[in-house]
Each structure stands twice: as structure tokens, then as C-alpha cells.
Write a protein that binds this ligand. Structure first.
Ligand code: AMP
Ligand code: ZN
Length: 117
């Protein structure tokens, strides 16, 4: 069923608490935690608690949940006192997605280039 936890999913395990993470915010439907391999002074992942394989699937199948994830990226940026920051949803392996549970990267605390690599 759409959104059901997957046994082989790292981020479902973080949601379940069976793999530890440095959680910075939690709502009924989302969790935000620090990336284990930070690419900026602030690098936080915001995920829906429900399992959707990528941002495209999340947006199509659960648009209210996608909106909740987006709202949390802003809440995280506020808590981290970021006035400029980048929100990234790598979608597909060619774009660098490695974990197949939708997640927003919130990156900030340093200058950034455009276009991204
Ligand atoms: P992506 O490459 O867009 O799929 O992003 C996956 C992100 O998850 C990468 O930035 C990883 O550093 C991060 N990551 C992988 N394992 C963990 C973990 N156990 N705790 C926190 N972040 C993780
Ligand atoms: Zn999952």
C-alpha cells in the first residue's frame, strides 16, 4: 500500500528508531535529522514518515505530505538561523539519489554556486 514502511529502507528504520539519527525536528508526519556526511555547515534531511521512493512519487501520491515536508524545510532553516539556503530533492540515480525514501536536503551556512554540479 502507498506509504507503507519498507523493511529494507534506511530512512524507514530511522523513522522507526531502529537506526539512530540526530533528529532536530519531528512532526506527526515528518522527521528532520542531520545528514551523516554533511556537504555544508548545516545539512539536514527532511523526510516524510511514510515511505515514498522519491519526491516525484511523494508529490503525485501524497501532495499534502509533500507540502508538509516543504513547510518543515523552512522551519529547519529558521531554527538554524539560515537566511539563505538551498533545498534539494535528488530524484533518480542520475541526479545523485542514493536513498530511495523521499527526502529534502536543506543546505546552508556557506556560499553556493549555480548551476550545481
Ligand atoms: P541522496 O544521495 O540524495 O539520496 O541523499 C541521501 C543522503 O543520506 C546522503 O546525503 C547521505 O549522506 C545521507 N545518509 C545516508 N545514511 C545516513 C544516516 N544513517 N543518517 C543520516 N544521513 C544519512
Ligand atoms: Zn522508507
Amino acid at each position: 500500500m502507498a506509504g507503507e514502511p519498507q523493511d529494507d529502507c534506511l530512512f524507514c528504520k530511522i523513522v522507526a528508531g531502529t537506526i539512530p539519527a540526530t533528529v532536530v525536528r519531528e512532526t506527526d508526519t515528518t522527521v528532520a535529522f542531520r545528514d551523516i556526511n554533511p556537504q555544508a555547515p548545516t545539512h539536514i534531511l527532511v523526510i516524510p514518515k511514510a515511505h515514498y521512493k522519491d519526491a516525484a512519487t511523494l508529490g503525485a501520491q501524497a501532495p499534502q505530505l509533500a507540502a508538509a515536508v516543504l513547510a518543515e524545510t523552512q522551519a529547519v532553516a529558521d531554527e538554524e538561523k539560515l537566511d539563505s539556503y538551498r533545498v534539494v530533492f535528488n530524484t533518480g540515480s542520475g541526479a545523485g539519489q542514493t536513498v530511495w525514501h523521499a527526502h529534502a536536503h536543506v543546505l546552508g551556512g556557506r556560499g553556493m554556486q549555480w548551476p550545481p554540479g
